[in-house]
Design a protein. Structure first.
Length: 754
């Protein structure tokens, strides 16, 4: 709408952050009507020059954020890095955003694991000097959130913006405007330029910026405002901000007023227009509603990107709106919050691919977190909360972000132990959410711990609940898919085939989103791999990757990690070592900017790199990579506890097999046999009586037997050779190869005896 665009031009400067190849920033340009604070700006500059830190302290709405933005904007040429942190949100998560930009622009090699990004970013920045970090929105008694940053010795500049002086260094107090600044601010905004109006507004608001702006906008947009009556109300009011907001709300249309009430609950710092489209009851009126709310400066545009602009609401305004709508039991806030949650849950795509694109959209993750925080204040139905958390955990599990995924698993486990989930009382929608959450926990254990048996336990629980759920076929499809993959890894071939038959039936009946059809080939690829049908497996995994990309995923989306690792393993198995290495290197480059090198995904990548390098005869490099892989898996106490009697980690077993092959090629036969034995023990406990179904177990037996033959080690020849013949048959190609090889070393006596 033209009036909306004009309003943004009049009130708000273009809020683009500056960024080029040598600089990064998320700075938001200060509002165009902000009055100079020459004295305070000078104090900030002096503190930063002398001490490298400065703190802006004052009550909410006094202008701390605008002053910090003004300083940053006016001095942006002095810094390579300017980053504002919203202390309303998890600071670890805020550091993750910075880490991603440091990696992208400066190749900083900082972990993009939420639990590690802060520490590593601080280490990186310690050696830099041209940076400005601003920690904004600290409330009373919240400065402890940034205690380590207050104590941090660095060469860059740091500004803290807080309502509380406690612990903060080098304080600049932000006080009310003087008469001249007040008059200037009003004159910048007031459309009528009526000096009597300027005098009146200056007199009643005593230099408090947010009140001045609110009052001036009321004067601009409420035609016929009775100044005498307004003055009387202002003087008698104990809460002038609340009064101004109530007066503004009376001027809003019902749909704009309703949208405003919801905005206060979704995020008081950043929310996108796309999100507003979801939560509003009147999407056809959205542009006009945004205009109505914006003209009273209840929200401001901070990113004017044409298709999906981003807005912010000052926390003092959000809190007052929540106060206006609330009472001891939550009042209207609870109603609005439940409606927001319902709309988000219903809107979130059921498709795996479309859902990932939705959850990756601008501000969505932060908005979900803020909404969850509000659910703690009100007695929100636990299954509604579960529906929100599903959107978070699925994103974390699929991105291998175990730090954040663990928090969502812990929430479920705590409530499960306290028996807050009552299956017999759940309606159909609630059962679906419960089952979906169980399935996602299975994915967490599968990905983080390689605990396939535990993962299957959760998938089976999910499946059992889904048996009593009507609809939600995409969720059911995903659980059967996960069961198919898990059963493949566990060598339970008959169960895999049953799972795949169910998946194919669902597709035939058009019960699944077309965008998710790519996931069935992945399940088939896993089955063919375990059976040793490598060409068929490669065909299916290629189909999976190509279809996922065609349906909207970026070629480097982390969701593609598992299909790409599988493809690398298949290519190695058929001797296409160059292609396999290219795939492994691509995976490494996808994850290197976002994860520490002790993350389990690098263990899997290094194993495949080592296999490719061994195939090319680059032995030393292969040994280096597989040694790293084994160290990663063994160092993870949760994955492979040191006190455990045995391991069921197939990734560790694969690494031992590659290590054995490398030692074999080096003619270091004793060490080769040791590595093969370690893998054999893992496979024994992982597969039990199902080893006969698994092609790579046969490969292990054969390699172990050959190494033992060459070493003239009859005991280990039997320990590998006997199960090979017993489980796979004497006519199996690997059995024949084993016997032929052992003849060279006169180790065919056992074969003749048996």
């Amino acid at each position: 709408m033209n009036k909306y665009i004009i309003l943004m031009i009049v009130l708000i400067m273009n809020h683009h952050s500056f960024a080029d190849e040598q600089r990064i920033s998320n700075i938001i340009t200060p509002v165009s009507y902000f009055v100079d604070h020459v004295k305070q700006l000078t104090s900030i500059k002096n503190n930063l020059n002398k001490y490298r830190k400065s703190s802006l302290v004052g009550i909410s709405g006094i202008g701390k954020t605008q002053l910090a933005r003004t300083y940053a904007y006016e001095n942006k040429d002095n810094y390579n890095i300017i980053w504002f942190f919203d202390c309303n949100l998890d600071i670890n998560g805020e550091f993750l955003k910075l880490a991603k930009q440091l990696n992208k622009i400066f190749k900083a090699n900082i972990s993009e694991d939420t639990g590690l990004a802060k520490k590593e970013a601080m280490v990186y920045l310690t050696n830099q000097d041209k940076f400005l970090l601003v920690f904004d929105n600290l409330k009373i008694n919240e400065n402890k959130k940034v205690q380590d940053l207050i104590d941090w010795e660095c060469n860059g500049n740091i500004i803290f913006c807080s309502q509380d002086k406690e612990m903060l260094p080098y304080i600049v107090e932000i006080i009310n405007f003087n008469n001249d600044h007040t008059a200037t601010l009003i004159d910048n905004i007031l459309e009528s330029k009526d000096q009597e109006e300027v005098k009146f507004l200056a007199e009643v608001f005593h230099g408090y910026p947010i009140l001045i702006v609110q009052g001036t906008q009321l004067s601009n947009h409420i035609k016929g405002l009775d100044r005498k009556e307004y003055k009387k109300k202002i003087y008698s009011s104990a809460d002038k901000i609340k009064l101004n907001i109530e007066l503004a709300i009376k001027e809003l249309t019902p749909s704009a007023s309703q949208l405003l009430n919801k905005i206060a609950l979704i995020n008081n710092q950043a929310f996108s227009k796309d999100l507003l489209k979801i939560i509003t009851n009147n999407p056809n009126n959205l542009d006009d509603d945004i205009y109505q709310i914006s003209k009273f400066v209840l929200i401001s545009n901070i990113d004017s990107e044409e298709k999906n602009p981003v807005f912010e609401m000052h926390d003092v305004i959000a809190n007052k709106i929540i106060e206006i709508n609330g009472d001891k039991s939550g009042g209207n806030n609870k109603t609005y919050l439940e409606e927001i949650i319902d709309r988000l849950i219903n809107y979130a795509p059921k498709s795996v691919v479309e859902g990932r694109i939705f959850r990756s959209s601008k501000t969505i993750s932060e908005n979900f977190k803020i909404i969850l925080r509000h659910t703690e204040k009100y007695n929100i139905n636990i299954y509604k909360i579960m529906g929100l958390r599903i959107q978070l955990i699925v994103q974390y599990v699929n991105s291998l972000d175990y730090y954040n995924a663990e928090q969502q698993v812990e929430w479920f486990d705590i409530n499960d132990r306290e028996e807050k989930f009552k299956l017999w009382q759940m309606n159909n929608d609630e059962k679906n959410r419960y089952a979906a959450y169980l399935g996602l926990i299975g994915g967490y254990y599968k990905n983080k711990y390689s605990a396939w048996t535990t993962a299957k336990f959760y998938y089976e629980r999910a499946k059992k609940v889904f048996d009593d759920v009507n609809g939600y076929e995409s969720f059911k499809f995903n659980v059967f898919l996960c069961l198919a993959v898990t059963n493949s890894v566990l060598g339970q071939i008959e169960e895999v085939e049953k799972n795949i038959k169910v998946l194919e039936t669902m597709i035939t009946k058009n019960l699944v989103a077309k965008t998710d059809l790519a996931t069935l080939p992945y399940a088939k690829a896993r089955l063919f791999l375990i059976q040793g049908k490598y060409n068929e497996s490669l065909e299916q995994v290629n189909k999976c990757i190509e279809t996922l990309i065609k349906n909207g995923l970026h070629t480097h989306d982390l969701f593609l990690t598992n299909p790409r690792i599988l493809k690398t393993e298949i290519l190695n198995a058929i001797g296409k070592y160059h292609e396999a290495y290219v795939q492994a290197e691509q995976l490494y480059n996808m994850h290197k900017p976002v994860k520490r090198e002790d993350h389990e995904v690098f263990g899997r990548i290094y194993t495949q790199m080592a296999r490719s390098e061994l195939g090319h005869g680059v032995i030393d490099k292969a040994l280096e990579h597989v040694t790293k892989a084994i160290a990663i898996f063994l160092a993870d106490e949760q994955r492979n506890p040191k006190e455990a009697d045995y391991s069921e980690d197939p990734d560790l077993a694969s690494s031992y097999v590659v290590q054995g092959d490398i030692f074999f090629v080096q003619n270091n036969l004793k060490r080769a046999i040791e590595s093969y034995k370690k893998a054999q023990i893992i496979y024994f406990y992982l597969y039990r009586d199902r080893s006969k179904n698994v092609a790579h177990v046969s490969y292990l037996y054969t390699q172990g037997a050959k190494a033992a033959c060459k070493e003239k080690d009859l005991y280990n020849y039997k320990s590998f050779g006997k199960p090979q013949v017993k489980e796979f048959g004497i006519d199996h190609l690997n059995s024949i190869s084993m016997f032929e090889y052992c003849k060279q070393y006169d180790m065919d006596l056992w074969a003749k005896e048996n």
